[in-house]
Design a protein around this ligand. Structure first.
Ligand code: 4NP
Length: 166
């Protein structure tokens, strides 16, 4: 096995830079899981390495803070081989991220790959648009979609862990 504390469920949110969308998703999911009592390994990563070691974008930090969630302590990293074994679910923010994940998945990978909006009624496969070159409204739009996706994932994972007799 891969050592450390064993969680039945682990979710890794993945976007391109790991400074805008996936840090907001990580923060929102962490808050929702805590509120609902879902025990879960939670992290985020980027498919690219441009921003490794950087905190989230100031606009992402401000947007999350508007909703009472502090993501300033996060640090960007690129997805790595072990992630495909440590996490039960790797959740892409857009379609390009999902394609990159499929290409990077090592042989024998155990993680299920999906998109953030997949469990949201009528919005399966919908991408969260990249707000990096946008304004605060683009971040608000991303935050709202992320909130819907995260709530639906928490509900789905609660059902999955109950079905497994956890
Ligand atoms: P993210 O946004 O994938 O939501 O973190 C981006 C951040 C940085 C870049 C692109 C998207 N970039 O090109 O540096």
């Amino acid at each position: 096995m891969h050592g450390g504390i064993e969680h039945k469920v682990g979710v890794l949110f993945v976007c391109l830079g790991n400074i805008c969308r996936s840090p907001m998703a990580e923060g929102a999911f962490r808050a929702a899981a805590q509120e609902r009592g879902l025990a879960c390994l939670i992290d985020s990563a980027g498919t690219a390495s441009y921003h490794t070691g950087s905190p989230p974008d100031q606009r992402a930090i401000a947007t999350a803070l508007d909703h009472g969630i502090d993501i300033a302590g996060q640090s960007a990293r690129q997805i790595e081989r072990d992630d495909f074994f440590r996490f039960s679910h790797i959740i892409a923010l857009d379609r390009a991220n999902l394609e990159d994940l499929r290409a990077k998945a090592p042989r024998g990978s155990t993680a299920r790959l999906a998109m953030l909006m997949d469990p949201v009624d009528g919005r399966r496969g919908e991408p969260v648009p990249d707000p990096y070159y946008g304004d605060r409204a683009a971040f608000d739009l991303a935050w709202n979609m992320i909130g819907l996706g995260v709530d639906a994932w928490v509900a789905r994972l609660e059902r999955e862990t109950q079905t497994q007799g956890a």
